[in-house]
Design a protein around this ligand. Structure first.
Ligand SMILES: Nc1ncnc2c1ncn2[C@@H]1O[C@H](COP(=O)(O)OP(=O)(O)O)[C@@H](O)[C@H]1O
Ligand SMILES: [Mg+2]
Length: 266
């Protein structure tokens, strides 16, 4: 097994009386695309915010590339890239200008900036769009630009919080392709999603969270096989382990069926 780059140790977050992340422990080896899976409110974003040093845990800790998030947050921040759930690119600037801000933020030496920015555009398949205003980008292009921003300093671990939420299938595929390329380049990726097709397509391992508690962890195909049901899907795995009642009502399976019907209709 590869070296562990992310070790989460009894990580817990309480807001008032409510425990949102409950005693979470995980060891994630180098080179994985690790999916944190769960319904809305499961605690995925809170977990990512603690790991990226933006939110202080109530108890427990984590080590990223050997650095303790509590004791060495600056070293952790240098070792990671983060694409938040909400928009992090500036529409009034060009793609190039957005990346230049991040190049400065990450202290990339002036003499290397242009080369690194051009490499990031090329990796995310955005070279032709680099001088356009981001407000004219499609949703998929904006997401890819945000990923380019987050990998400029070549982080060892990249965090993607719901990378394709709200994207149409074509845009989603374009983001998936670029994530695959990053994985081939050796970046360890931690992503959250509530789309099972996404987890199945991208993730080498997944962990299912339900109300802040880790319910199961493993390789998607092995989890499917564990159900002893013919042609089990990751939806089946999710329903089996998480009994995912989404806040809007209905089971996860109902919702994903509705979505599939909706996308067939246009
Ligand atoms: N700052 C906060 N104060 C109080 N409750 C919060 C705060 N942030 C998140 N929560 C609650 O924690 C739970 C988990 O939220 P979150 O981590 O965003 O879930 P997810 O990303 O899986 O949808 C939710 O019930 C949410 O309302
Ligand atoms: Mg979230």
């Amino acid at each position: 097994m590869n070296e562990i780059v992310l070790s989460i140790q009894k990580l817990t977050k309480q807001f008032g009386d409510i425990t949102v992340v409950n005693n979470l422990s995980l060891a994630i080896p180098h080179g994985e695309v690790f999916g944190l899976i769960g319904s809305n409110g499961a605690g995925k974003t809170t977990t990512i915010k603690m790991l990226t040093t933006l939110l202080k845990p109530t108890s427990g800790t984590a080590f990223i590339a050997g650095f303790d998030i509590l004791k060495h947050p600056a070293d952790v921040r240098r070792s990671i890239g983060y694409v938040p759930q909400l928009l992090s690119a500036d529409g009034s600037l060009t793609g190039y200008e957005n990346l230049l801000i991040f190049a400065k933020l990450y202290d990339i030496p002036r003499s290397e900036r242009k080369k690194r920015i051009d490499e990031a555009f090329s990796l995310m398949d955005l070279t032709d769009a680099k001088d356009r205003f981001v407000k004219n980008y499609s949703g998929g292009m904006i997401r890819r630009l945000e990923i380019a921003q987050a990998v400029l300093h070549k982080p060892s671990v990249l965090f993607l919080d719901e990378p394709t939420v709200g994207l149409d299938p074509v845009a989603r595929q374009s983001v998936w392709n670029q994530i695959e390329l990053l994985k081939e380049g050796g970046t360890t990726i931690i992503l959250t999603t509530h789309y099972m097709e996404e987890a199945d397509f991208l993730c080498t391992r997944i962990a299912i969270l339900n109300k802040g508690i880790l319910v199961v962890e493993g390789i998607p195909d092995e989890l499917k096989a564990s159900l002893k049901k013919k042609n089990a899907t990751l939806d089946d795995v999710f329903s089996h382990y998480a009994e995912g009642i989404i806040e809007t009502g209905g089971t996860f399976r109902d919702i994903s069926r509705t979505r599939r019907t909706a996308s067939r209709l246009g």
